[in-house]
Design a binder for this molecule. Structure first.
Ligand code: SF4
Length: 356
């Protein structure tokens, strides 16, 4: 019996029951694939339901303001996924009359869609025979065939893709791709794979060599970049006791583009408030020391991104109503309720939950 037949047999009895598997609607498959990139199923499930409830089709997504899309994405991370999804929806509506692409090559032209996502959509929604090769698939193939190629090089990716192309089912490529994902996620897991239960344990070369942990071969990991973010919660209370404070929308090419945040100064190392107030950026933008009062110790939190570790400190500073209006033009004043509706990083959210 061929590899794909055995895998599909296993999948029919052991595949995960997931809501998006009940449809072949390319829009749902697309949204699902984008949400679950670098996101665990349990983490992303609520977002999946909320997103499709708010934007059940590409036209509704295209007509939504970006802030609404980012707000629904809040906490999921990798916000470029949401921005690209939204931009792509607008392009599909503007240039294709809302008709979604129907092939791998057409999906590859869509912003934010790479080979894996294009293959997943083309195979699941349109039955195109093209393998969707992600981390799960790399791991299964690397172990099954004891492949020494790194999955992180162009040459290595080509080798894995060719093997997957030979193995894929021509009758049901969509189920084959989903079966590979499930098999990698539940049996041939990154740590402690279930080799005893594995339907391929007689053929698996890594197991035969008793060297499963060696595969897949990784390059030296990219070093983590430490960054030091000093946020300032300049607040005053209005006549009704509501705290008001300045925020701005992030721009540029850095992380969290278009999300909203408190005034920020990034420093090359951990820095005290006394040092920061002498920082030229502070002097150019923020109120002089005589115009605010420190309101308790700073809130510190470390936030890990893929290749960055953000060491954040939030300083609460009470200012007078007049001084709160002296910020440079890109800031505007909000209260807690208004800020709640704006998209922001999980880091900022954690601080605000404690302070508003
Ligand atoms: S035998 Fe173990 S390592 Fe080999 S494919 Fe099966 S689960 Fe993976």
């Amino acid at each position: 019996m061929s590899f794909s037949t055995r895998l599909l047999e296993w999948y029919s009895g052991h595949g995960r029951s997931l809501p998006w598997r009940e449809t072949r609607d390319p829009y749902v498959v697309w949204v699902t694939e984008i949400i679950f990139q670098q996101t665990r199923i349990d983490q992303g499930m609520e977002y999946f339901h909320r997103f499709l409830e708010a934007f059940p089709d590409v036209v509704r997504l295209a007509s939504a303001p970006e802030d609404q899309v980012l707000r629904l994405w809040q906490g999921l991370g990798y916000y470029s996924r949401a921005r690209n999804l939204h931009r792509a929806a607008r392009e599909i509506v503007d240039h294709r009359g809302g008709k979604l692409p129907d092939s791998f090559s057409e999906w590859m032209k869509v912003p934010g869609v790479g080979p894996y996502t294009a293959a997943a959509i083309a195979s699941i929604a349109f039955n195109e025979v093209v393998p969707a090769v992600d981390g799960n698939v790399y791991r299964v193939l690397a172990r099954m065939f004891a492949l020494e190629e790194s999955t992180e090089t162009g040459k290595g990716k080509k080798v894995f893709h060719e093997i997957a192309s030979q193995l894929i089912s021509h009758d049901d490529p969509g189920s084959f791709n989903q079966a590979m994902m499930d098999f990698g996620a539940t049996i041939c897991k990154p740590a402690a794979p279930l080799c005893r239960e594995c339907i391929f344990n007689y053929e698996c070369l890594a197991l035969a060599r008793d060297d499963v942990a060696h595969f897949p071969v990784k390059k030296t990991p990219k070093p983590v970049r430490n960054r030091y973010f000093n946020y300032f919660f300049f607040f005053f209370e209005d006549g009704e006791g509501q705290r008001k404070f300045p925020v701005r929308q992030r721009d540029g090419k850095d992380i969290w583009k278009n999300l909203y945040e408190l005034p920020l100064i990034e420093t090359p190392r951990e820095t005290s408030l006394e040092e920061i107030v002498n920082h030229p950026e502070w002097k150019a933008r923020f109120p002089a020391k005589a115009d605010w009062v420190l309101n308790g110790p700073p809130y510190s939190h470390s936030h890990r991104l893929t290749h960055q570790l953000i060491h954040a400190k939030f300083f609460s500073l009470r200012v007078s109503r007049e001084k709160a209006f002296t910020f440079t033009e890109d800031f505007f004043l909000v209260d807690g309720k208004a800020f709640e509706l704006m998209p922001k990083s999980r880091l900022t959210l954690l601080f605000l939950q404690r302070n508003i």
